[in-house]
Design a protein around this ligand. Structure first.
Ligand code: IMP
Length: 199
């Protein structure tokens, strides 16, 4: 069976990837499982560029097909911040308690209708023969007035789904994966790989 490497070291992501891409006719491996180590500088200007940079670099090292993702939170009132800098916002080692409180503070006095935000996930595919493609998945929501919920990670406690009245940190893993930006992007990538017969 052909192999497909997903350029991540994150175990939770690998679990979600295996759940969604599991029935493709390929063996799915993490970088570690494929024996690849790489420290890639993500210096693109968009989620798509960063995902492509990662996929391309790992594909070159591995000589096999590679998928890579890049994701983050866009807040409309802050002109899309923290965006592609979501992990680095206020420093990589700053706790999300502090980052989340800072974003809530920056939105002080901003009414509901201007607190719109989305999580974005770009997933890129790179093939040894030079073919490339990229897809984007999103989930729309709004920035709340306080942190809520214990599940998830990162900005989940301040990202609310107004129609459900909960933050994404209040959803179970399965609930979140079924509607998340990453889940949506993975489903799109799966469709593209199948439809275009790319595997
Ligand atoms: P990565 O590209 O998946 O490593 O994500 C980059 C950053 O975006 C993370 O470190 C988080 O700050 C933020 N982020 C991405 N997806 C989510 C999510 O589902 N919940 C909360 N934060 C997220």
């Amino acid at each position: 069976m052909k192999r497909l490497i997903f350029a991540t070291g994150n175990k939770d992501k690998m679990k979600e990837i295996r759940e969604i891409l599991g029935d493709l006719p390929v063996e799915i491996l993490s970088m570690k499982e494929a024996g690849i180590q790489a420290d890639i500088e993500e210096n693109g200007k968009s989620f798509e560029e960063n995902a492509l940079i990662k996929a391309r670099a790992v594909c070159r090292l591995a000589g096999e097909m590679v998928l890579a993702d890049d994701s983050g939170l866009e807040i409309d009132y802050l002109n899309g911040e923290p965006g592609i800098y979501s992990a680095r916002y206020m420093g990589e080692d700053t706790s999300y308690k502090i980052k989340n409180q800072n974003l809530i503070d920056r939105l002080a006095g901003v009414p509901d209708e201007e607190r719109t935000a989305r999580f974005v996930c770009a997933i890129a595919a790179a093939f040894p023969d030079g073919r490339e493609c990229v897809v984007r998945g999103t989930i729309e929501g709004m920035i709340g007035y306080e942190e809520r919920g214990e599940n998830g990670f990162g900005y989940d406690p301040i990202f609310y789904l107004p129609d459900r009245g909960v933050s994404t940190a209040e959803l179970s893993r399965e609930e979140k994966n079924s509607i998340s930006h990453r889940g949506n992007a993975l489903k799109k990538m799966k469709e593209l790989l199948e439809k275009e017969d790319l595997l």
